[in-house]
Design a protein around this ligand. Structure first.
Ligand code: PLP
Length: 368
């Protein structure tokens, strides 16, 4: 090869650090010959998929020779029934990650500024850099979004802002009053993407906003939701965005015509009907978050208050060796070095048994 193809690439892409996913259980099995691995690395639903969603996905497989419905008619109807959102304000995505990218592709020109918070989900910086934007990372406050500082960072060149509520990987959140004050202060020409991937888990008493109720008041707001977390369909890749009709039209123009596959469309529609599954999911998460918090307190460890399905804990030492020692015990969690949090680990809330396995393994590792 006589050409260095990196030198031909768009500079902001050539220098991009790729997303590092959680370690797959199969990889650990192959490396260490372990079985019975506890996988708490990617904030997946520990209860498995909803039985209704699984049945719908399975039924869809008998028509695999057909393209899916590119308009997503049935899923949009189900979303309208569940949330009262009309179809002209919806964009369906191959996971909500695709929607985060579509928002940037629709609005961000090379050199425009895209703002997000320190410790925010890495997909935002990847989306911004892929569009050759100038990424503006605003320092966090107590590991969460400093909305006041983010509003102050807006300049003439700012085109788009990413917010996550609750945030991953920290579990931090902001209130409806804080969000409204922020949205009131941001010019309407700046698109605000509010990523609500974990919103179902939020404590209803905590005063967090429901982004879907704000889209009418703020025409520059795009709210993204996913079926990957509380709805237990991470493997199928499906999410949705809600925004005003013009923004939704633009995002729909540039998505691939069949971006959401047939099994995902069927499963997501069914998942919205499975209220029992969602209740069990939320109950398991409440109990599990408490179990993990109490267990970490017993170990004398600090952790961030989380509104999500994960807990982010701080070790009093480098987290990477602890992460690796946990792997040897068959427990996969997420080290946060890629987020410049080298002493933190993020652990997904699992079943009671999985949480216990994690806490026992951590106690063993830390006592060595
Ligand atoms: C998991 C997650 C998503 C969801 O990604 P999908 O592409 O829908 O699976 C989006 N945002 C954040 C902050 C997440 O943690």
């Amino acid at each position: 090869m006589s050409i260095d193809f990196y030198s031909l690439a768009v500079p902001s892409i050539a220098t991009l650090s790729p997303y590092r996913p959680g370690k797959p259980a199969g990889e650990l099995e192959r490396e260490l010959g372990l079985t019975d691995i506890v996988s708490l690395a990617s904030n997946e639903n520990p209860l498995g998929p909803s039985p209704l969603a699984l049945a719908a996905a399975t039924a869809s497989l008998s028509r695999l020779e057909r393209y899916p419905d590119g308009a997503g008619f049935e899923l949009k109807a189900a979303l309208h029934k569940a949330y009262g959102i009309s179809s002209d304000r919806l964009t369906l995505g191959n996971g909500s990650n695709e929607l985060l990218n579509l928002a940037a592709r629709a609005f961000v020109r090379p050199g425009d500024e895209v703002i997000y918070s320190q410790y925010a989900f890495v997909a935002y910086s990847i989306a911004a850099k892929a569009c050759q934007a100038q990424a503006v990372e605003v320092p966090a406050r107590d590991y969460g979004h400093d909305l006041h500082a983010m509003a102050t960072a807006v300049s003439e060149r700012t085109r788009l802002i990413y917010l996550a509520n609750p945030n991953n990987p920290t579990g931090t959140s902001f209130s409806e009053a804080e969000l409204r004050a922020f949205l009131d202060s941001v010019p309407e020409r700046v698109i605000v993407v509010l990523d609500e991937a974990y919103t179902e888990y939020v404590d209803p008493q905590a005063g967090l906003p429901n982004g879907l109720e704000l889209v009418d008041d703020y025409p520059n707001l795009i709210v993204t939701r996913t079926f990957s977390k509380a709805f237990g369909l991470a493997g199928l890749r499906v999410g949705f965005a809600v925004a005003n009709g013009q923004i939704s039209d633009l995002m729909n123009r540039i998505r691939e015509p069949f971006n959401v596959n047939a099994a995902a469309l069927a499963a997501a529609s069914a998942a919205l009907e499975d209220h029992d599954y969602l209740q069990r999911t939320l109950e398991n998460n409440r109990r599990g978050r408490r179990q993990l918090s109490e267990g970490l307190e017993r170990l004398g460890l600090e952790f961030l208050a989380s509104q999500g399905n994960f807990v982010t804990l701080e070790l009093k030492r480098e987290a990477q060796p602890v992460f690796e020692a946990l792997l040897r015990q068959g427990v996969i969690v997420r080290p946060l070095q890629p987020y410049a949090m080298p002493r933190h680990l993020r652990v997904t809330v699992g079943t009671e048994r999985e949480n216990s396995r994690f806490l026992e393994a951590l106690a063993r590792v830390l006592s060595c």
